[in-house]
Design a protein around this ligand. Structure first.
Ligand SMILES: NC(=O)c1ccc[n+]([C@@H]2O[C@H](COP(=O)([O-])OP(=O)(O)OC[C@H]3O[C@@H](n4cnc5c(N)ncnc54)[C@H](OP(=O)(O)O)[C@@H]3O)[C@@H](O)[C@H]2O)c1
Length: 244
């Protein structure tokens, strides 16, 4: 029988980058972390690494583009733990054929939406019954400042030149999921928030940023471990509230 005092977290795309660091730090706080990954070898070795640091970590196969993997993951959590306390929707992609509205390749935009929005929605819907069983559940959607419509409208914004229609719109849609789900779950034990990691040195950004993965993971970690009087339905960086 599992210890009911140990909270359970699922982090998608946790085999590397920001997701791995989120898993590491949530795990270091005493939570059992399930590292969602689409590649079994990468997921297993990431979980092994965290276990060698003394963290309760295990790999769980979750591919956002494969509905069956999500169904099986929810079934596995249900059978092993009977509950899920924290869901961090971190996995996402960019696409080389994405671009500004006049030229973005439609199929690239579709691929991005399939993973970043519909895949995340699929995971969220599959895990929600388990999250509702938690005394204090937290859903964190790892978004981006690029998903902020306010930032996209502001020519003075630092990243105003980054007009990737597919990616930016997928994160704006993810923010809509945050707001609507938080409204739907108001008055329950489930809090839902969006996190903006900021431009961070990972494979996704081509390691072009000076911000470390540790800094990039901070907002999501805080939201995953929010106390009961914390917010729901918000969009936060590590230090500030972000504009929608
Ligand atoms: N880095 C930044 O500057 C930045 C800024 C703002 C927001 N973000 C957001 O932060 C989050 C983490 O990004 P990152 O920079 O750490 O990127 P990353 O290093 O490229 O990691 C992305 C993770 O998502 C996984 N993934 C992609 N497609 C998947 C699928 N279909 N099913 C399951 N997993 C999938 C990847 O798995 P594989 O290893 O198998 O590819 C990888 O584990 C993302 O949501 C990203 O949009 C990043």
């Amino acid at each position: 029988m599992q210890n009911p005092d140990i909270r359970i977290a699922l982090i998608t795309g946790a085999n590397k980058g920001i997701g791995f660091e989120i898993a590491r730090q949530i795990g270091a706080s005493g939570v059992r972390v399930l590292l969602g990954a689409r590649d079994s070898g990468l997921g297993e070795s990431a979980a092994f690494k965290l276990r060698s640091e003394g963290i309760r970590a295990e790999f769980l196969h979750v591919d956002l583009s494969k509905h069956r993997s999500i169904e099986v993951a929810a079934q596995t959590i249900s059978e092993k733990y009977g509950v899920l306390d924290i869901l961090v929707n971190n996995a996402s992609i960019t696409d080389d054929d994405d671009g500004p509205p006049s030229t973005a390749d439609r199929e690239a935009v579709r691929r991005i939406f399939d993973t970043n929005f519909l895949g995340t929605l699929d995971v969220t819907q599959a895990m929600l019954p388990l999250l509702r069983l938690s005394l204090a559940a937290r859903i964190v959607n790892v978004s981006s400042g690029l998903g902020s419509i306010s930032h996209n409208r502001n020519p003075e914004w630092d990243f105003a030149q980054v007009k990737l229609l597919g990616y930016n719109a997928s994160k704006a849609a993810l923010n809509m999921l945050t707001v609507q789900l938080a409204a739907e779950l108001k008055g329950t034990n489930v809090k839902v928030n969006s996190a903006d990691p900021g431009f961070t040195a990972t494979d996704m950004s081509g390691h072009r940023s000076h911000q470390t993965i540790l800094q990039g993971a901070a907002a999501a970690i805080r939201l995953a471990l929010l106390p009961d009087d914390g917010p729901s339905g918000g969009f936060f960086s590590a230090t500030d509230e972000e504009p929608w």
